[in-house]
Design a protein around this ligand. Structure first.
Ligand SMILES: *Cc1c(COP(=O)(O)O)cnc(C)c1O
Length: 365
């Protein structure tokens, strides 16, 4: 079986370095908010090109705390509206509703699967406070028109960069394309920890300070609580793992690009729609997503040939039981995407032989 993602193989590439980083943490005797987190925050901020990075416990927490931070700053208040693409992963939406803000779902562009900037303006009301852009599958959103709208209506731009570590938009990296950005280091992401982890990047000093307090019980000084905070810290041990893997991230991205290029050039099947690439130097290929009307058949067909695939995602947020209040909304583009997409294996250590085998199988479908 060709696994969809082989985490063991991926982390094995760095095994010796990971073990010695692990040892360093064990021997330090300091396990929460210490040197490793501080160094990782500096290194990741510098990688993204931002002034600040705040390590937290997960990607969901990163996004939730950004919203919370803006509420503490008086920028958002309960009931305000946040524009968000309807086809995103549920976490983007949960971060909004958790803060008693209102997600305003908009249809994505069927070609890119990204937020469709042309649909944003007619959803803006006097309650709208922000646009959440999701750089889905590893490609950044078309930021220029979005930034223009945000400027005209005085809206914040929040990036969900959980799938886009290292991705570019016109020379700037994801994480540095809006007012604040949430990253996930879930093990399967392009930059993955060996457990949960997340971070916020921003150039906003005030927001950064609030987030540093919020993640740690709302406290800047031990036992003094400025806010009703939470416990959402990046562990020292995960920060140490991430520091090792960050050094190789560009390498991993480059290998994914080569595989993606091979897929794009060699998959030739009129039944299958290949992903649209705005600029190949900008995409980091967290996922390689193809689309077909016979998606379930294709998935079974590939499985029978030893190729594991995944669906990102089978049920859109507005059709989830958790959001019953939206179940009757009709979003045809989003629903079509969820019916038709299929993600095929892509990761740096996937061998060319396997990539060729996958192409060949898809072409015969
Ligand atoms: C993975 C992911 C998240 C959530 O990250 P966790 O670390 O799993 O909480 C949020 N948004 C998107 C688009 C993701 O892919």
């Amino acid at each position: 079986m060709i696994p969809f993602l082989d985490l063991k193989q991926i982390n094995n590439q760095y095994k010796d370095e990971l073990i010695s980083a692990c040892k360093r943490v064990i021997e330090s005797g300091w396990y929460i908010l210490g040197e490793e987190v501080e160094k990782f925050e500096k290194e990741f901020a510098s990688y993204c090109g931002t002034d600040f990075c705040i390590g937290v416990n997960s990607g969901l927490d990163a996004l939730t705390l950004i919203m919370r931070g803006y509420k503490e700053l008086g920028v958002f208040e309960e009931g305000d509206e946040i524009i968000v693409p309807a086809n995103t992963y549920i976490a983007s939406i949960l971060a909004i509703t958790e803060n008693r803000l209102k997600p305003v779902l908009i249809e994505p562009d069927l070609r890119t699967y990204l937020i469709d900037s042309e649909q944003i303006e007619n959803k803006i009301t006097d309650k709208t406070k922000a646009i959440m852009v999701v750089h889905l599958y590893g490609q950044t959103c078309e930021m220029e028109p979005i930034s223009e709208i945000a400027k005209n209506y005085n809206l914040k731009i929040i990036e969900d960069s959980a799938q886009a570590h290292g991705a570019f938009y016109k020379g700037k990296r994801a994480g540095n394309l809006g007012d604040a950005s949430g990253f996930s280091f879930y093990p399967g992401k392009n930059l993955g920890a060996l457990g949960d982890g997340g971070a916020v990047t921003t150039n906003d000093k005030e927001l950064a300070e609030i987030l540093r307090a919020l993640r740690n019980y709302g406290s800047q000084k031990k036992y003094e609580n400025l806010y009703k905070g939470v416990n959402s810290r990046l562990d020292e041990i995960q920060a140490a793992m991430l520091r090792v893997k960050l050094k190789y991230l560009d390498d991993e991205i480059e290998k994914r690009r080569k595989i993606a290029e091979f897929y794009l050039e060699n998959i030739k099947n009129p039944r299958i729609v290949l992903p649209f690439v705005r600029k190949k130097e900008e995409h980091v290929w967290h996922l390689f997503v193809i689309r077909t009307e016979n998606r379930d058949k294709l998935q079974r067909y590939l499985y029978d040939r030893g190729i594991q695939t995944m669906i990102h995602y089978p049920i859109p947020p507005h059709k989830q039981k958790a959001y019953q209040e939206w179940n009757n909304i009709f979003l045809p583009v989003t629903e079509k995407i969820h019916r038709e997409v299929l993600s095929i294996p892509i990761y740096g250590s996937l061998s060319l032989d396997k990539v060729k085998y996958i192409v060949d199988a898809i072409n015969r479908f």
